[in-house]
Design a binder for this molecule. Structure first.
Ligand code: PMP
Length: 431
C-alpha cells in the first residue's frame, strides 16, 4: 500500500461539514486508529480506496453484500428499475413480489412490511408488540444491538437485570424505563425474570445470532427456553434477523434453532445493498398495523422500488441454497486453518455460515461479559497493519467479519496466511 493521503485529505475536509467526518460512528476508525479509508469503488470481493489501494473486503458493508460488490444481476435489476422510476410514493408489484418471496419461505412470516433500515424495523416491531399485547415492558439482552431507536439504547447496570439506563446522551430515562436488560446465556436469570415480570412483558427481542458485540453463539436449549417462556406468558418473541436473515441459510436463525418467533426483523441482505428493513410475523399481530389496525407506522420511501429490485435479485440468487452451502464450506475451511495454526496463540476464531470473528482469548464467550477488553485491544492494534497488507477487516474488535460469494478459496487461503502471521506477531507482545 503506497499512501493514504487522499483518504486523509477527504477525512479532514469531511470533518468540517459532517460530525466526526462520518455518517456512522464506527467508520471513523476511533477504536483501531489509522486513517479511515474513503472508498472509491467495490469489485467482487475487493474494495478500492481513493488512493487506489486494494483490499479483500471482510466487512461487505456490514452484511448486506452476500453476493459481493457489483453482482451483475443485482446491478442490472437496479439499473432497469432506475430507468423506470426511483420512487413513486404508491405501491408497486415489486413490493408484493419481495413480500411473497419471504412469506413463502419463512414459516414465522405470514405478513411483512418494508421500511428503510434495521433501526426502523425494530422500532416498528416493538411498537406493534406493545400495541398488540397492551403491555409496555420490553426485554433485551446485554450485547445485542437492535439499532439506535431511543428505547433500544440501554446499557447494562450492576444487577442481574437493569431497567432503563440510557446508554446515549439525549435519551430521557423515561424512554428506556420500559426496557429491561438481562445477560445472555443465563437460564436462571431468564426464569427468574419471567416469574417476576412475565405477565407485564410485551416482547422479548434477541438477535438471531448475536453478532454486534462479538459473535456470541447461543445454545439451542437457551433459545428454546426463551421461546417456551414467552409462549407461556403471552409475550411476543421478536427475533432480530437484520444480520442473520438469509445469511445463515434461507431460513435464518429461526430455522437454525428450530423455533418460530412471533415477529422477525430484517435488513441488510433483503435490500441487496440498498437501504431496506422489514418486520413481519403472525398475520393476527400484523393486522394491528395501520391502515387496518390502531398501531401507526409509515414511510415515504418504504418499499422503495429500486431497493425491492435489488433485494429480489439478491434473494433470487440465494433461493436454491447453493451459495449458502458454498460460503459455509469456504468459511469453515478458513476458520479451521486459523484455528489449527493458532492453537498455541490463545486466539479463538468463531465461525457460522459466512460469518467469522477473531477474538484474542482462549475460549469463545457466549455472553457480553465474557469478552476480554484486553483481547479486543490486541485486535484493534493489529488492524492498521492488516489493512496495509490488503485485508479490510471491520474497524473494531467487537465487530464480526463477513464473507461473500465473490470470495474464492484462494483469496481466503491468502487472507488466512496474512492473519496467521499478524496474529502470531501480535501474540508475542503479550505472551
Ligand atoms: N439489528 C441488528 C441485529 C443489526 O445488526 C443492526 C445494524 N447492524 C440493526 C438492527 C440496525 O440496522 P440499521 O443500521 O440498518 O439501522
Amino acid at each position: 500500500m503506497d499512501s493514504t493521503k487522499a483518504s486523509q485529505e477527504l477525512m479532514d475536509r469531511s470533518k468540517v461539514v459532517i460530525p466526526g467526518g462520518v455518517n456512522s460512528p464506527v467508520r471513523a476508525f476511533k477504536s483501531v486508529g489509522g486513517v479511515p479509508r474513503f472508498i472509491d469503488r467495490g469489485e467482487g470481493a475487493y474494495l478500492f480506496d481513493v488512493d487506489d489501494n486494494k483490499y479483500l473486503d471482510f466487512c461487505c458493508s456490514w452484511g448486506p453484500l452476500i453476493l459481493g460488490h457489483g453482482d451483475p444481476d443485482v446491478v442490472s435489476a437496479v439499473k432497469t428499475q432506475v430507468d423506470r422510476g426511483m420512487t413513486f410514493g404508491a405501491s408497486t408489484e415489486l413490493e408484493y413480489k419481495l413480500a411473497k418471496f419471504i412469506v413463502d419461505r419463512i414459516d414465522a412470516v405470514e405478513q411483512i412490511r418494508f421500511v428503510s433500515s434495521g433501526t426502523e424495523a425494530v422500532m416498528s416491531a416493538i411498537r406493534l408488540a406493545r400495541g398488540f399485547t397492551g403491555r409496555d415492558l420490553v426485554l433485551k439482552f446485554e450485547g445485542c444491538y437492535h439499532g439506535h431507536s431511543d428505547h433500544m439504547l440501554v446499557k447494562a447496570g450492576s444487577g442481574l437485570v437493569t431497567f432503563g439506563q440510557p446508554s446515549s446522551a439525549g435519551v430521557p430515562e423515561s424512554m428506556t424505563s420500559m426496557t429491561a436488560l438481562l445477560p445472555l446465556d443465563d437460564e436462571e436469570a431468564l426464569n427468574q425474570f419471567f416469574t417476576e415480570n412475565g405477565d407485564r412483558l410485551a416482547a422479548v427481542i434477541i438477535e438471531g445470532i448475536p453478532a454486534n458485540n462479538g459473535l456470541l453463539l447461543q445454545r439451542h436449549d437457551y433459545m428454546r427456553l426463551l421461546r417456551s417462556l414467552t409462549e407461556k406468558h403471552g409475550v411476543l418473541l421478536i427475533l432480530d434477523e437484520v444480520i442473520t436473515g438469509f445469511r445463515i441459510g434461507m431460513g435464518g436463525a429461526a430455522e437454525y434453532y428450530g423455533i418460530i418467533p412471533d415477529l422477525i426483523t430484517y435488513g441488510k441482505i433483503i435490500g441487496g445493498g440498498m437501504p431496506v428493513g422489514a418486520f413481519g410475523g403472525r398475520a393476527d399481530i400484523m393486522a394491528n398495523l395501520s391502515p387496518d389496525g390502531p398501531v401507526y407506522q409509515a414511510g415515504t420511501l418504504s418499499g422503495n422500488p429500486v431497493a425491492m429490485a435489488a433485494g429480489l435479485a439478491t434473494l433470487g440468487k440465494l433461493a436454491d441454497g447453493k451459495i449458502h452451502a458454498q460460503l459455509e464450506t469456504i468459511n469453515r475451511k478458513f476458520v479451521g486453518k486459523l484455528t489449527t495454526q493458532l492453537a498455541d496463540s490463545q486466539v479463538t476464531v468463531a465461525g457460522i455460515g459466512s460469518i467469522y470473528w477473531i477474538v484474542f482469548q482462549s475460549e469463545l464467550p457466549r455472553a457480553a461479559s465474557g469478552i476480554s477488553a484486553d483481547g479486543i485491544s490486541h485486535y484493534n492494534r493489529m488492524h492498521e497493519a492488516i489493512l496495509r497488507q490488503g485485508l479490510y477487516l471491520p474497524p473494531s474488535g467487537y465487530e464480526v467479519c463477513f464473507v461473500s460469494a465473490a470470495h474464492t478459496e484462494e483469496m481466503m487461503a491468502g487472507a488466512a496466511d496474512i492473519l496467521i502471521k499478524s496474529i502470531k506477531e501480535e501474540a508475542h507482545t503479550w505472551a
